[in-house]
Structures are given as C-alpha cells and as structure tokens.
Design a binder for this molecule. Structure first.
Ligand code: SF4
Length: 307
C-alpha cells in the first residue's frame, strides 16, 4: 500500500498496516525532519523493522536532494539477513510503483567468516582463524613474494578482485550475505573485500554494531560515511555491552607469566652484556597508572636502564 505522511509518500509492501506502525512512522518522520535523535520502542513481532525501513527509504525517495544514507546496525548475523530480506521485499514493491527511480544499492557487511568463499580459509573453526588465514594469503608482502615465487600461496578471489580494479562493483540491488557470496563466486571476486569497498557507495548498509562503535574497526570501515547518514541501532539496549566488549582486552594469566619471565630474562641478559648499566625504576610512572591487569602478574614492574 501507498500513503502520505505529510510531504512524504510512503511505500509499504503489505496491504494492511497496524495503527502502531503508522504512529511509529509519524514520529520517525518528525525526527528525520528535525535531524534529531529518536528513541522508539515497540513490542517484538509488531513489524517495527519494515515500518522503519519503509519510512526511511520512502523519505529518501521523496527528498532526493537530502541524500540520506541509512546505516542499520544489528546485533547478530541472523537479524542482518532478516532485515535485508525485508528490504528486498520492500525494494521490489517500490520498483513496481517507481521503476528505475527506485534503484538502490543495499548490502550487508560482515566478517570474513560470513563472507569468505575460499574453501581452504573459510573452513577454519572460528572468526579469528579465518581472519588470520586470509591475511596470510593477501598481505602485501606475501603477494610481493608470490610474484617471484609461484609456490607461495595467494587467494585467487582476491587476486581477481584486484585485477578487475574499478570494474569490480556491485550493480544496484539488495544483497544479503548469501547473495554477496553467490555474486562473488559467479564473478570470481572476493565478496568480503568487494562489500567493504561498496559500503561507501551504498544507499543502505546493514552491519553489526561493532562497525560503528568499535574504534578499531570503525576507523577502517565507517570513516568515509557521509555525515547525513541516518543511523539505526536495532535492539539498542545492547549498546552498552557492545561498547564494553569493544574497549576491553582479555589477557590470560599464562600470557602475563610468560611476559614476566621474558622481561626477567631480558633484564639479566642486558645486565650481563652491559654491566655498567644501572637498573632503576622510573619515577614518572605512579603505581596507579600501571594497569591493573599488569598487577596480576605481580613481579612485572616497569624498568629502565641508565648509564
Ligand atoms: S580474500 Fe576473500 S575469499 Fe580470499 S581468503 Fe580472504 S576473505 Fe576469503
């Protein structure tokens, strides 16, 4: 169905709409007009995702000069795929009414574990191992060595993606992670690097909270996003946990004990080779600045040598 909310024509892909969905859209539209923040709460199963996607994409279609980009953050890959599935349905409906004027590029972005198509790499047991496996094949120094020595393995999907250069683009459409993998296989291009490249041109990007909230990842992926982006955090009550996770580092006791042993060994070796050096504790490091995790290691203490 198609209806007006003030100056925006809303395309909604179902024949019926709950009054709550309509009320939700009205508030959302006002928040977009005001370029402000908005906190909306609706019970599970009342169709908030489709209401939200319909209103924001219709808003962008009604006001092409506003150049709205939608960044939709979900907590899990399952939610990401579900959101993109709804977006596909909505996009089909908008194209039915508007034809090419409704052309859009929407895609999901996730880790290599969910996008890699190299069987030798993606079969690793966890996300970190897949990342490490990919880096071993795509690091610039590995690729440089492989030019001299063809026995050094590289990833053909990455090489072909690089070779295609500016031709490696996604045509307009809505792409779930599964669609990206299928497109990558068809073209022989790595879907992970292709998706990472295309997020800057997409009208809608669906990705996980970390891509915006974790400074280590956000600096690489999200720094090119326009300031006019509309950012949605689905299930936003998870934000504090995600921030805690992103800014925490886990260190195992064995790692600290190993570091202590190595530091002690280094100290002895330096004292043996340079007996004239005197070991002193730096006066500029107050005890409360030594991270508490180091204090677990007990015998680790900052040290310097001086003549
Ligand atoms: S470049 Fe792409 S396809 Fe190749 S190993 Fe890395 S993530 Fe997988």
């Amino acid at each position: 169905m198609k209806f007006q909310i003030e100056d925006v024509t809303v395309y909604f892909p179902y024949d019926h709409i709950y009054p709550e969905q309509h009320a939700y859209m009205v508030e959302l539209k006002r928040a977009l007009d005001a370029k402000g923040h908005c906190l909306l709460e609706m019970p599970t199963g009342t169709g908030k995702t489709i209401a939200l996607l319909s209103l924001i994409t219709s808003y962008a279609l009604s006001k092409p000069s506003s150049l709205v980009k939608l960044l939709y953050c979900t907590r899990t890959v399952h939610e990401m795929e579900k959101t993109l599935g709804e977006l596909k349905l909505l996009h089909r409906y908008q194209r039915l009414h508007l034809g090419d004027a409704a052309r859009t590029l929407a895609l999901g972005l996730s880790s290599r574990k969910n996008l890699c198509i190299n069987p030798a790499v993606v079969s690793a047991e966890n996300r970190d191992s897949v990342d490490a496996g990919c880096r071993k094949l795509t690091a610039s120094w590995v690729r440089a060595l492989a030019v001299e020595n063809p026995n050094i393995p590289t990833c053909q999907f990455y090489e072909d993606y690089e070779k295609a250069a500016s031709d490696a683009v996604l045509p307009p459409g809505v792409y779930t992670l599964q669609d990206l993998r299928a497109f990558g296989k068809e073209k022989g291009w790595c879907p992970y690097f292709l998706a990472r490249h295309m997020v800057q041109f997409a009208n809608v990007v669906v990705y996980s909270y970390q891509y915006l909230l974790d400074p280590k990842v956000a600096g690489i992926i999200s720094k090119e996003m326009q300031r006019e982006s509309v950012v949605v955090f689905d299930e936003a009550h998870n934000i504090d946990n995600v921030c805690i996770e992103a800014l925490s580092v886990s260190v195992r006791r064995q790692t600290l004990e190993g570091a202590t042993r190595n530091l002690n060994k280094m100290t002895q070796e330096i004292q043996r080779v340079y007996p004239q050096l005197e070991l002193v504790k730096p006066p500029f490091l107050p005890a409360d600045l030594v991270p508490s995790m180091l204090q677990i290691g007990q015998s680790i203490s900052p040290f310097v040598f001086k003549h």
